[in-house]
Ligand binder design. Structure first.
Ligand code: MD3
Ligand code: FE
Length: 216
């Protein structure tokens, strides 16, 4: 009887069974069940009550349509001075700690041993979007990023490491986890639009995306 892995077989490191690859990003559809999603949303509500969501302003003075806040020792901010990680919220308080329910997802999916120091929380209303961009404000771009989608479906687009090349699109649903590592870590990516009313997780609708990173 065959017991160990057969030659050429991909052995999953944990209990994560099915995943698909899209331009080097690894998507785990439905990775989080309903109870886990509810526990994360409740923990994020506490974060946002201590460190309120704000509309970041681009360096050109345009307000982004997505509202944001962070948890962890570093949070992402953007204003007329540019994009960067800061140890405090724009209103001056320290960022809350990263909720344990969110840290659990990082340890399950990131494939690395160290903890993240930044948890960015993006809130999308029905019309919010995020243009194609690269994430390169982190000090060491070799650490992975782990993303959690909650609430309404969103059309995610990912290309290569240069602007203007071919892209692929996929709908992200509530409970999906995406891991960005290797070449995909520097891929251009964005959110084209939501599909309002596709999830009942958030009573007011919309979408939350959580990204976990080693930023400092
Ligand atoms: C690919 N967030 O916060 S999540 C971001 O749904 C961001 O709110 C989007 O882009 C959102 O920077 C996309 C998937 C994702 C997150 C980080 C990435 C894809 C990524 C970093 C590098 C490459
Ligand atoms: Fe990004």
């Amino acid at each position: 009887m065959q017991t160990g892995p057969i030659e050429g077989e991909i052995v999953m490191s944990g209990s994560e069974a099915s995943s698909i690859e899209i331009n080097g990003a690894r998507l785990f559809p439905g990775a989080l069940g309903n109870a886990a999603q509810i526990a994360i949303v409740n923990a994020l509500r506490k974060v946002a009550s201590d460190a309120p969501l704000f509309h970041p302003e681009t360096a050109r003075g345009q307000k982004m349509s997505v509202r944001m806040t962070s948890a962890g020792s570093l949070g992402w901010v953007s204003d007329r001075r540019g994009y960067r990680y800061e140890p405090t919220h724009p209103q001056g308080m320290s960022w809350p700690g990263i909720p344990s329910e969110v840290l659990d997802v990082w340890h399950r999916f990131s494939g690395v041993d160290r903890a993240p120091d930044s948890c960015l929380i993006n809130y999308y209303g029905p019309k919010a979007r995020m243009g194609l961009h690269q994430d390169r404000d982190e000090a060491d771009l070799t650490w992975p990023v782990v993303s959690i989608s909650l609430g309404d479906d969103a059309l995610f687009r990912i290309g290569g490491q240069t602007r203007g090349g071919p892209t692929q699109s996929v709908w992200l649903s509530s409970g999906d986890v995406v891991v960005l590592a290797g070449a995909a870590r520097l891929a251009y990516h964005g959110i084209d639009r939501l599909r309002p009313g596709t999830s009942t997780l958030l009573p007011q609708g919309g979408r939350i995306n959580v990204t976990l990173r080693v930023a400092g």
